[in-house]
Design a protein around this ligand. Structure first.
Ligand SMILES: [Zn+2]
Length: 315
């Protein structure tokens, strides 16, 4: 079989596994407080979005079994045919937008760490944040589960700097980092408490951890209801609120230094908006065609439905 035929076969097997009911399991207890009591928020297909009535954590049940979960993050995730349900339309081609977004977020980093040091980005994808940090004088390491996108980080930053695999298998030194970051990662993780504990174990005693995740209590999420773009049930297993994310930090042995929605936005361009509009109705693609010459024009959009938290290990 030629390499592209092999890749196609692999993609086909992955996509089929994601639809196989035997690969899913029901979730009985809350990952934050252990309670089994909950109420349903809404249903979509085989999935229920439920809220723990004890601590308020919102989570999805059923979910893919642990063995099958990494299948979500193949090539079909980074150049997705249905980004509304899963992944990104074309993550790699948006490099300039991600670099600009992370450049803006450096303001937050500098607020807590004036001088560059050592940084570990967990779920580093194509390594965009690490490239920005490196350009600011940081020494960088990254962990990425998906080899399809992680290859781009390896290419930019070298194989020594990037671990392609799980966090617990990462060969990096514990208690050695001034900054550990998790951008849009924690909502994808099966067991967020031990995962965040593990992430924090890489911090120096005075190091800071920066975490971003979507906020289910935000005005934007409440107005959109089940249509909120962050309800992607295969990948977003949890939906935190300001209250439950603080509880998570506490359970993982971290104290919160700052929580803000200011740095949760991203740069988008007219091309991105035209693509989104086409998803709503094909006619919009025709109506917005006169804007095509301005596709590259970019601006910062922040619907304030993401939270960025800065924390440190509780002394
Ligand atoms: Zn709970």
């Amino acid at each position: 079989m030629n390499p592209s035929g092999e890749a196609r076969e692999k993609t086909f097997r992955r996509e089929r596994a994601l639809e196989d009911p035997s690969n899913f399991r029901g979730i009985d207890t809350c990952a934050l407080c252990g309670s089994g009591k909950r109420r349903e928020r809404f249903e979509e297909g085989i999935f229920s979005v439920v809220e723990c009535t004890s601590c308020g954590l919102v989570y999805v049940t059923p979910r893919l079994r642990s063995e099958a979960l990494p299948l979500v993050y193949g090539e079909g995730y980074w150049s997705s045919e249905s980004p509304k349900d899963r992944g990104y339309a074309d993550y790699r081609s948006e490099a300039p937008l991600y670099l600009a977004t992370f450049e803006r977020r450096m303001t937050l980093v500098r607020r807590h760490r004036k001088k560059p040091g050592r940084a570990l980005d967990i779920g580093c994808a194509a390594g965009f944040f690490l490239r920005v940090l490196r350009d600011h004088g940081w020494k960088v390491s990254g962990v990425e589960l998906s080899p399809e996108i992680g290859a781009m980080a390896v290419e930019a930053l070298g194989g020594e700097a990037i671990h392609l695999g799980t966090l617990d298998g990462a060969p990096f030194e514990k208690e050695a980092y001034d900054l550990v970051s998790l951008w849009d990662v924690i909502e994808h993780v099966e067991e967020p408490v031990p995962f965040l504990e593990e992430a924090a174990s890489f911090l120096k005693p005075d190091g800071i951890l920066i975490l971003e995740t979507q906020n289910i209590d935000s005005l934007f999420a409440r107005v959109l209801g089940p249509k909120w773009q962050h309800f992607k049930h295969l990948e977003h297993l949890y939906h935190f609120s300001p209250r439950t994310i603080r509880r998570l930090f506490q359970e993982a042995g971290l104290e919160v230094l700052e929580s803000t929605s200011r740095f949760g936005g991203k740069y988008i361009n007219i091309g991105f908006l035209r693509e989104r509009a086409t998803r709503v109705h094909p006619i919009l693609s025709f109506l917005l065609l006169p804007l095509k010459p301005f596709d590259g024009f970019r601006f910062y959009a922040n619907p304030r439905d993401e939270m960025v938290l800065v924390g440190r290990r509780t002394p």
